[in-house]
Design a protein around this ligand. Structure first.
Ligand code: TYD
Length: 136
């Protein structure tokens, strides 16, 4: 996989005709996998970094439900930084991409919709192991 395979996906937005705000909805065909688990990051202290790993199989879709943060993507050859700051778009991260989440704004909430249940055995937590994995 390449960082170019990490895609921004727009999430349909329904704006209330009477000015009562917006509603965004994700239906089953928007992602290339069935969502098996949902979790969210919040109360991330300023200056903290999350992520710092890749997955062997798991695919992930991230949404900045509130606030903003940057996702640093790395396929072992190229790095790309994607800023997320809107609740009506998300970032699809396919399998085998190293990711770090940084520059969390105050009050940021990162929603994560993933393709599998939690399995520590699916994580690659050392960058050197990631390089071996993608070289394999
Ligand atoms: P991790 O995925 O490393 O967090 P991040 O990538 O956001 O920095 O998970 C942090 C800790 O939480 C780690 O000890 C595993 C645990 N964890 C669970 O127990 N269940 C889960 O669904 C997730 C995502 C993490």
């Amino acid at each position: 996989m390449s960082v170019k395979d990490c895609k921004h996906i727009s999430i349909p937005k329904i704006s209330d005709p009477d000015g009562r705000g917006n509603l965004s909805v994700l239906e089953k065909d928007i992602l290339p996998y069935e969502i098996k688990r949902v979790y969210y990051l919040y109360d991330v202290p300023s200056g903290s970094t999350r992520g710092g790993h890749a997955h062997k199989e798991l695919q992930q879709f991230l949404i900045a439900l509130s606030g903003s943060f940057d996702v640093v993507l790395d396929d072992g050859k190229e790095r790309r930084v994607v800023s997320l700051n809107r609740p009506d778009e998300g970032l699809l991260i396919p399998t085998g991409i190293w990711r770090e989440l940084e520059n969390f704004s105050s009050g940021a909430v990162c929603l994560s919709l993933v393709s599998d249940v939690y399995k520590e055995s699916d994580y690659i937590r050392e960058y050197a192991d990631f390089k071996s994995f993608i070289g394999a």
